[in-house]
Ligand binder design. Structure first.
Ligand code: DAK
Length: 263
């Protein structure tokens, strides 16, 4: 499929998906969300991709939110469809069986902040501005912001951001645990690619199991989470990568993981 609002590239197991509507600060409209849905399916079925990086085109923004021009024209029925397909694609992103890193610069507002929150972790440039400004439009976040932000930074800080709609800096975002690492703009890509390459050398089955255990465990109590971890651990041991990892350790050499990922 040809994309008009996305760009997908891949090199040595690391794919980069770029939101590409720079004139509208990469705002999320239905065309982009449909393309994202398609791109995620093709990434999930591509055994050569181990890690995905998400980023935005242009200097000014990762994503400045859902496309307000489109939201303003939605009938209630169209709004429901937009909400359903938007939430489904963001959930698909979160459930992708490979690690996903958000490489964020400039504005990451509303749906853009929520897109980053659905990734496994976020690296940001010093010039990033995060915020959930939906309250200023008389609406609330609808791509999981009320849920994922509260789980990540705690309900008090999440409510303060959502109730005020205020922008926060990258430094503040790192301080509250929204962002893992803040880098100067010119070092962001290298920093993200470095960690992506490191992760891509690990076993796919164990990465997938670890991601699922953390994600599913966050939605349950500790006892159930520990049971999930036990099962995921047992499944990992059935993978060729576990054989390779333990054998390599005993033979005092570096492991070479070749997958496959049980998708
Ligand atoms: N949508 C559409 N166009 C946008 C946009 C957006 N979110 N943000 C920026 N643009 C466009 C601007 O209209 C402008 O277009 P032209 O006038 O050049 O044609 C161009 O991008 C450049 O923007 P500015 O001229 O405004 O640039 P500035 O540097 O002056 O300001 C800014 C940058 C990011 C501070 C400002 O553009 C801004 O405040 N943008 C809106 C930010 C915002 O409010 N974002 C939240 C959107 S609401 C739901 C799911 C999701 C959502 C809701 C429900 N359901 C599933 C139920 C999510 C909602 C949102 O994200």
């Amino acid at each position: 499929m040809e994309y008009s609002s996305l760009e997908l590239t891949s090199s040595e197991g690391v794919a980069t998906l770029t939101f590409n509507r720079p004139k509208a600060l990469n705002a999320l409209n239905s065309v982009l969300l449909n393309e994202l849905d398609h791109a995620l399916d093709s990434i999930a079925s591509d055994e050569s991709i181990s890690v995905l990086i998400l980023t935005g085109a242009g200097e000014k923004a990762f994503i400045a939110g859902a496309d307000i021009t489109e939201i303003a024209t939605l009938t209630p029925l169209a709004a429901k469809k937009f909400a359903q397909s938007g939430q489904a694609v963001i959930s698909k992103l979160q459930a992708l069986p490979i690690p996903v890193i958000a490489m964020v610069h400039g504005y990451a507002l509303g749906g853009g902040c929520e897109m980053a929150l659905a990734c496994d972790f976020i690296y940001a440039s010093e010039k990033t501005v995060f915020g959930l400004p939906e309250i200023n439009l008389g609406i609330i976040p609808g791509f999981g912001g009320t849920q994922r932000l509260a789980r990540l930074v705690g309900s008090g800080l999440a409510k303060e951001m959502i109730f005020t709609g205020r922008h926060i800096t990258a430094a503040e975002a790192a301080n509250i645990g929204l962002v893992n690492k803040v880098l100067p703009p010119e070092e962001l890509r290298t920093g993200v690619e470095e960690v992506a390459r490191l992760i891509s050398t690990k076993g796919k089955a164990s990465l997938c199991a670890a991601k699922q255990a953390v994600n599913q465990g966050l939605n349950t109590d500790l006892t159930t989470g520990l049971a999930l971890e036990r099962d995921a651990f047992a499944l990992c041991l059935a993978s060729p990568d576990a054989q390779e990892g333990t054998t390599a350790f005993l033979e005092k050499r570096k492991p070479v993981f070749k997958g496959p990922l049980h998708r």
